[in-house]
Ligand binder design. Structure first.
Ligand code: C5P
Length: 233
């Protein structure tokens, strides 16, 4: 269910009118839209449907993390919305990830891809150490992504800096969903170690999650078109 155009635009707003206008305006210029917990917690399935009616595949970024039975129920509850991608936290463990993947399969060939968040990029090695996890952040990402693949997830969310390692470990079919990207010359904002969309794609990313460089532009469609042109160059 991942379209030819790899860009999913992060619609980080709680304003339904703005989210719908962005989704309509970007149809044809991006491959999909990402709706996060802020929007979904505020507007629920009705808000989701309003955005989805624009016709773009949706990545429902809920980052579920609970006991296996509850996460499976959470996945089942969003299957009628037919999202293209839903995510969960790999830190919830193998049984939780298996339960999520099994629940998604109940939707047959309309099932969403279930991908796992490895390590939040807001955490560093001192945060890991504080929770009793030794080693580097990269070791931890590698371990969690391996568990995700073993549990039957379709892929993981990772930073562009981890693409090469995870491709090597987990093969070509495992989906790598990559945020934290900035087209050359655009504002970095609160992102830290950014890469360009072109670099991430060349390294083997399947989905490029891009928010503010598109949504913050005067003409979001033109900004998206420009990024797509840079990918083809
Ligand atoms: O505006 P920007 O391009 O930074 O948006 C990136 C999107 O990806 C946001 O919705 C952000 O929450 C999400 N994200 C991220 N880094 C992660 C995980 C998710 O930027 N590690």
């Amino acid at each position: 269910m991942i379209p030819g155009n790899p860009i999913f635009c992060a619609l980080d707003t709680t304003d339904v009118t703005r989210a719908v206008a962005l989704a309509r305006g970007l149809k044809g210029s991006v491959g999909g839209a990402k709706i996060g917990m802020e929007f979904f917690n505020a507007h629920g399935p009705a808000g989701y449907r309003a955005v989805a009616e624009a016709g773009l595949p949706i990545f429902l970024d809920l980052k579920l993390h609970d006991i296996p039975n509850t996460v499976a129920g959470g996945i089942r509850a969003v299957l009628p919305l037919e999202p293209a991608i839903v995510n969960i936290h790999t830190a919830g463990g193998s049984a939780m990830m298996r339960a999520a993947a099994e629940a998604a399969r109940e939707a047959g060939d309309r099932r969403p891809l279930i991908v796992g968040v490895t390590l939040l990029t807001s955490l560093d090695e001192s945060d890991l150490a504080a929770t009793g996890v030794g080693g580097t952040a990269s070791d931890q990402v590698r371990r969690l992504a391996g568990l995700a693949a073993g549990a039957g997830l379709d892929g993981v969310v990772c930073s562009a800096h981890e693409i090469e390692m995870l491709r090597r470990d987990l093969g070509r079919d495992f989906k790598l969903i990559v945020p934290g990207l900035r087209p050359a010359g655009s504002a970095i904002g609160d992102q830290k170690r950014v890469m360009t969309p072109t670099e991430a794609l060349a390294l083997g990313a399947d989905v490029l999650v891009i928010g503010r460089p598109i949504t913050g532009a005067g003409d979001p469609r033109a900004a998206a078109d420009e990024i797509v042109r840079s990918l083809a160059a």
